[in-house]
Each structure stands twice: as C-alpha cells, then as structure tokens.
Design a protein around this ligand. Structure first.
Ligand SMILES: [Zn+2]
Length: 594
C-alpha cells in the first residue's frame, strides 16, 4: 500500500481540520547550521511563484531538521516528500507547532522522542523481564517459542516458510525455522522496493550438553547415568557440581500427526560430580569428557535393581515409531522417559507415542541480580540471549513508534548453532536471512522477482551483528588491551578485529555512532590483544553472503562460555536503547553516507 503524497491543498485542509482558527500568516524561522537530512534527495523548487498563506505558526523546541522542513513548507520550496512528511507530522499533532495567539509552550520533546522508549534512566525496567526470560527459557527451542509468544501478543503475524506470503507496508511479521531460529520484520508505511533494511542479528543457542541418541548407559556402582555429548565445548570445567535440569523438544504421535512439544524438567535432576582433591593427581585433570563427565541422575533401587544393559550386547537401533518393544522410549533411561511423559501428560501405555526428542542439560539456578547495590545480573546462557532479547524488545518498540513514516524494513534475526559454526540450515550460514528478506521484498514488489531490486535492497541495508562482548575483568587486566576494555552498565560495545573476525570498519562504526547519538547511547570499543585470538560472530558470514554493510556491536558480559556469567543490571536496557536508536535512526543516518 502506497500512501498518497499530500498536496499543499490537502495540507491546508488538514490544518483546517485541526481547528487553527486564527488567520494564517508566515513567521520567521531560525536558519539552522546543521546539515539538512538527505540534501541530495530534496531538490528545491526553482521558484516560489507568490507569497503563500500557510497556517504555520510558531516554532518551539524542534530539532534543526524540523525547522528546515517548516521553513521550506512555509516558503513554498518544499518538495512533495517534504510536504508529505510535514502533513504527517501535523496529523499526528506534532508538538513542535503552537497556534497563533498562544504563548509558545516550553520546549517539548523533539522529533527524536520516538527513539527514546528506552533510556539510560529507565534502563533498569528491562532487568527483571530479561532475567525472567533467561530463567524461563533454558533451551534454544524455549527461547524461540517465547519470542514468538511475545511477538504474537504485540500483534505480529506469523508466517510459514511453507506458504506463500503477502507482505504489505506497515505490516509486522515473523517466521521461524526448525523451532530454533526466527526472523521478525516490520515494513515502513513509505516503503518502496529497493529500499534498505535495518537488521539486528544475534544467536540464541548456548553451550550445553545434549543427550545422545541413545542416552541410556549401563548403570555403574548403583548409579543411573545419562549419556550426553558436548555442544560447543560444554560441559566444560564450569559445569562440575552444578544443579542441572533437562529440557528441549519431544516429537509425540497424536492420531495421524506428529507434534513437536516443548518440555522442561526444571528441578536439579542431573549432576556431574567432581572428584575430591584428596584423591590427588586423579582429581586434577585433564578429564576425559566421555568417561569422567557423565552426569548422574539417580540411584538404582537396591531392592529391584534396574536391568543393567551390557555394553555392545545388542545392535544400536533407532527407536521405531510403530510401537512394540523397539520404541524410541526403550532406548532411553526408563525413569527419564517416565518423567518426560508425566510432564507431557502421556500415559505409561502410550510411551510408544514418543517418537524422538532433542533434550539437553541446563543449569536450573535462576537468573538473579547481585552485587552490593544489585548492579549485576548473574545468570546462565547470557551468551547470546542477552543481545537477542534486547534486539526483539527494540524491534517491537521501533515498530510501535516509527512504522508509519518509515521507508525501510526493520528486522531481527535470531540464529541457532552460532557456537558450533552456524553451518546448519537454522544457522546464520544457512539461507534463512537472505530467503526471508528476498521473499518479503518480492512480495512487496507485487510478486515480481527482481535480482536488481534485491541487490539494491542489500546495498541500502545495514546489519548490526549483536553478540555479547568481553567486559573487563579486574583480576585479569593483563589479558585485556588498554583502551579497549569495556565496562558493565555503560553501554553497548563495538567489537573490532584486524583479521576480519568482526565486520566492524570505520564506515560502519560511524553509522552506528550516529544512530547511538540520536538516543544518547554510549558506544564502547573492544579489541583483543595481538597475543590472543578473537572469537567470531554471525556478522562476517551474513554480510559477506549478502553484501550488507555491517558492524559487530553487542552488550558486554563477564565469564563468556561459563555455565554462569555476569552482566550489568542496566545492560539489557542499555542494549534496547541503543538498538532502538539504530532501528529508528538508520534511515536518516544512512542518507548522510550517500
Ligand atoms: Zn555468542
């Protein structure tokens, strides 16, 4: 839907409808010294045929761009685009105008108010919702499901990759892949095919231990144990002696359908016990992850010991979906099957309906604030649910505050498998992001597929790869590079790397800084020392695949890849604020770079 351009006549009508009851007259305006937004695309009309009568009155408390805009409208030199923007401001009851005869009101919040949903002052209001999100959503599947619920509550429409899409300006949509990756996007009311997208991208997977396909292992010394395999290096040495729950998704046969259900056993079921230091060298490691980090989940009943299967005594079948003795459930620890079935309301006679599952261990300790004045958040799985959560909050805020006038697409991509290289289809190296953007743009282009429009879209777009970044650790200052050591509760961090592990460059940093300035967000900077090696993010793979300009910019945390990490209590809110500044500010900032 393309909105009509307001003529001067309709502009006057709008003004009349607003009951400007005093005679129109022109007033003087300050000449701004600030650069005009998008000068190249705002050619001035050659002449102003005659003095025009406009009901434009007094100016107060507006920014320099608005002053310029009003000046042009008043003098008849405004372009159609400017007239349209002006009319929209008037229709919204723009606070920068006062009626003739009234005394000028005190300075109002300027146009930038739309960026300021999240502020440095109210950053703390995001702390508890973020902690609850972390505690309630320990697995990647729960995380994506929670984001979907929040988007639905905010009125966003779910799309399926299997269906045809009808995308419209001012629409807001989301689509998931594999239940573990999600893209959400909104389309500006003034969108035209070829316009860019402002994109935030993060990852929602975290280090964990996944249950093996056959997770039943022979009981040893009266213990029931669980066969788990590492995901991205966990369980690492921070996982010893932690209280571990089990969660994930379970495929259940219901009639003729197989349904994916989320399950979460969030009491401490499993534990990887240390060997006491009294045992000397045996307690010091290094430890064998196959044999010495096997979680215990219970004790055999000494009265009726469960059958201890002899290792390698039978073929390793995948459980059959047809029931009988060789069901999937029969390959898993019986007590775990019972617990999962109880949670899902599956009777013991129906265990055969459990077709398969993907379960993992997670630390059940809730996220909490800590520190003498509660200036920290202590939590598991901060990397990278922190930036991912903040990005979604910012997108919802941006859609609510700046969609009607926007000419661009605003998007957030949450990816799986970043911690293991992003190569699966739900990872950032898959085609999820380009596919979603290209399908949306094609639909907005009247379903005409155009390589040229897609190329133009990417060239006009910008990606903020938002992954967590190392905050300075006071006990290891020597590990950090001087002047590149971010602090907590200050603001998001631009991450640079001379070897291209990050997308950051001077142009992308300048663009992000301009967006941050619009909301008063501070940007810190991090770079690793020459004698260390930088980690990676989804940034380089996404920007190289599409050609989108990009920056790596995220929220700082301590103890990355620990089972229990630390960030600042204000950092989720400061992240939302900066990301909102980007989503709502990129369109105007980008015009400065053309
Ligand atoms: Zn990460």
């Amino acid at each position: 839907m393309v909105r009509n351009v307001a003529s001067m006549q309709s502009l006057r009508q709008n003004m009349e409808e607003m009951n400007f009851d005093t005679p129109p007259r022109r007033t003087l305006y300050e000449e701004s010294t600030a650069p005009i937004r998008s000068q190249p695309s705002f050619p001035q009309k050659a002449t102003s045929p005659e003095p025009q009568q406009h009901p434009i009155v007094q100016l107060c408390g507006t920014d320099s761009y608005t002053k310029q805009l009003m000046n042009r409208v008043a003098t008849g030199t405004a372009t159609e685009a400017e007239q349209k923007e002006f009319a929209q401001q008037v229709q919204r009851g723009f606070s920068g105008f006062t009626r003739i005869g009234e005394s000028p009101s005190p300075p109002q919040e300027d146009k930038a108010a739309r960026f300021k949903q999240a502020t440095r002052e109210n950053a703390e209001k995001y702390t508890k919702p973020f902690c609850d999100f972390l505690t309630d959503n320990p697995t990647v599947f729960h995380c994506v499901d929670a984001v979907k619920s929040q988007l639905k509550e905010a009125g966003w429409k779910e799309l399926s990759e299997r269906d045809a899409w009808k995308i419209e300006p001012q629409g807001k949509y989301f689509v998931e892949r594999n239940g573990s990756a999600l893209m959400a996007f909104s389309v500006g009311g003034n969108y035209k095919p070829g316009n860019g997208a402002a994109i935030l991208a993060g990852h929602v997977d975290a280090l964990t231990a996944k249950l093996k396909p056959v997770s039943q292992v022979p009981n040893k010394a009266g213990y029931i144990q669980l066969g788990v395999a590492p995901y991205a290096g966990a369980p690492n040495n921070t996982w010893w002696d932690r209280d571990l729950g089990i969660g994930g998704r379970v495929l259940v046969k219901e009639g003729s359908k197989i349904i994916s259900k989320l399950v979460k056993l969030d009491w401490p079921i499993a534990r990887i016990p240390t060997l006491a230091p009294h045992f000397g060298a045996a307690a010091q490691g290094p430890f064998n992850p196959e044999t010495q980090m096997v979680p215990i989940i219970g004790l055999e009943d000494s009265e009726k010991p469960e059958e201890a299967a002899e290792p390698f005594s039978k073929p390793s079948f995948v459980g059959s979906s047809e029931g009988g003795a060789s069901t999937f459930a029969s390959t898993q620890p019986p007590r775990l099957v019972r617990a999962i079935a109880n949670e899902l309301g599956i009777k013991s006679s129906e265990y055969g309906n459990i077709i398969n599952w993907e379960l993992e261990l997670f630390d059940v300790q809730p996220a909490t604030v800590g520190g003498i004045d509660k200036e920290f958040i202590f939590a598991g799985r901060v990397d990278d649910k922190l930036c991912s959560w903040a990005a979604i909050q910012a997108l919802i805020d941006a859609q609510a505050t700046d969609t009607v006038d926007s000419s661009i697409i605003k998007a957030v991509g949450l990816f799986d498998n970043e911690e293991i290289g992003s190569l699966l289809r739900q990872g950032a190296r898959g085609n999820f992001l380009p596919s979603v953007i290209e399908r949306a743009v094609t639909s907005l282009n009247n379903d005409i597929s155009s390589t040229s429009i897609i190329g133009q879209t990417y060239a006009n777009s910008f990606l903020v790869s938002s992954d967590v970044i190392h905050a300075v650790n006071p006990n290891f200052l020597n590990a950090y590079l001087e002047n590149h050591s971010p602090r907590l509760n200050v603001g998001i961090v631009v991450s640079a790397d001379s070897n291209g592990h990050m997308t950051t460059d001077s142009v992308s940093t300048a663009i992000m800084q301009r967006c941050a300035d619009k909301v008063g967000a501070k940007l810190q900077v991090f770079q690793i020392r020459n004698d260390s090696r930088s980690g990676g993010t989804v940034g380089p793979m996404l920007s190289s695949a599409t050609g989108i300009r990009a920056i790596d910019c995220g929220i700082p945390q301590l103890s990355m890849h620990s089972v229990r990490a630390t960030t600042g209590n204000l950092d989720p809110g400061l992240g939302v604020m900066a990301f909102l500044g980007f989503l709502n500010g990129f369109e105007s900032v980008d015009k400065e770079f053309r």
